[in-house]
Design a protein around this ligand. Structure first.
Ligand code: IPM
Ligand code: MG
Length: 365
């Protein structure tokens, strides 16, 4: 097999964590005998500096030509004062829309070795494993009219039937392959758009009778995520609510540096760590590469149907953590502080070990 990956390292630590993820991808490709073809392009501030725009047609075209897009991170203080449409973040929004990436998936699961580094209690966290399924190309992020003048500012929260239906379907589909529970988040007690959302989610639910559906107001959902996160399996949300709730859910793992994400549509898919470009530590070898590496695992899983590869990458991450290797953001006493590059080498080393162990296991059976 041969897969084309559009590689968009972006700004700040996006560069070094992408390099780390690519190292792991190459190791995986070799072990499974697949060919990966990388097409590296600029995005965000680094694109603005060269082309006066954070997203060029050339970069979008590379994504259209790809089997999967891998993005590092965008943004930084250098570009903060630019007008809205030229900010690095605008590139991300335009890319999501252009590629039709309507479903954003962020897993909230706890790595055993890190359970003590979360601000939440171990008893609360134990066994937590859910995903936030966030609608990504609609809602108030893109609704018209929008704008502001001297007297007022406004945005519009709007959803079409089709937009809600397809994200709801995706949530039920994921749930039916997981623990068969969907919690749909809305604010139906106040917002008409939420009542509309709720009605459609219930309609779609009829096609998935083996999945349990709960409606939850967004304020309550925020509270429940920190109060009793074990109750969730798939948390289905609109764009803005999902932006907020996925950050809350992110804290379950203890560090933003651990969180991967996938954004998928009917044709394209993009994988990126949830963390930002962290300009303060950029280029110093301090960044945690695990979120990027875990995003690569999601890519193998969802885009290339290489579930086994994804599983072994995750096991290699677990083993790296279990053996006490930590970048600064997840460091705790008694552990060994390592650089981005060292951490990546451990993951690739363990990946190869586990791959060989499993191959031997099959052989001896
Ligand atoms: C995210 C980010 C983005 C969003 C920003 C950078 C536009 O917060 O991916 O969650 O709000 O979607
Ligand atoms: Mg966000």
């Amino acid at each position: 097999m041969r897969y084309k990956i559009a590689l968009l390292p972006g700004d700040g630590i996006g560069q070094e964590v992408t390099r780390a993820a690519v190292q792991v991808m190459k190791t995986v490709a070799e072990s499974f005998n697949v060919t990966l073809e990388f097409n590296e392009q600029l995005i965000g501030g680094s694109s603005y500096d060269k082309n006066q725009t954070p997203l060029t047609d050339e970069t979008i075209q590379a994504c259209y030509d790809s089997d999967a897009v891998f993005l590092g991170a965008v943004g930084g203080p250098k570009w903060e004062k630019l007008p809205h449409h030229l900010k690095p973040e605008a590139a991300l929004l335009k890319l999501r829309k252009s590629l039709g990436l309507y479903a954003n998936i962020r897993p909230a699961k706890i790595y055993d070795a890190l359970i003590d580094s979360s601000t939440l209690k171990k008893e609360v966290l134990d066994g937590t494993d859910f995903i936030v399924m966030r609608e990504l190309t609609g809602g108030i992020y893109f609704g018209e009219p929008r704008g502001f003048d001297d007297k007022r500012g406004f945005n519009t929260m709007v959803y079409s039937h089709e937009e809600v239906e397809r994200i709801a379907r995706m949530a039920f589909k994921f749930a039916s392959e997981r623990n068969k529970k969907v919690a749909s988040v809305d604010k139906a007690n106040v917002l008409e758009v939420s009542q509309f959302w709720r009605n459609i989610v219930h309609e779609v639910h009829k096609d998935y009778p083996d999945v349990q559906l709960t409606d939850m107001y967004v304020d309550n959902a925020a509270m429940q995520i920190v109060h009793n996160p074990r109750q969730f399996d798939v948390l289905l949300t609109s764009n803005l609510f999902g932006d907020i709730l996925s950050d809350i859910a992110g804290m379950i793992t203890g560090s933003l540096g651990m969180l991967p994400s996938a954004s998928i549509g009917s044709k394209y898919a993009l994988y990126e760590p949830v963390h930002g470009s962290a300009p303060d530590i950029a280029g110093k070898g301090k960044a945690n590469p695990l979120a990027a590496i875990s995003s690569a695992a999601m890519m193998f899983n969802y885009s290339f149907q290489m579930q086994k590869a994804a599983e072994i990458i995750e096991m290699a991450i677990e083993r790296t953590l279990a053996n006490g290797y930590r970048t600064a953001d997840i460091f705790s006493e008694g552990c060994e502080l390592v650089s981005t590059g060292q951490m990546t080498n451990y993951v690739t080393g363990y990946y190869t070990d586990i791959f060989n162990e499993q191959a031997l296991g099959v052989f001896t059976l």
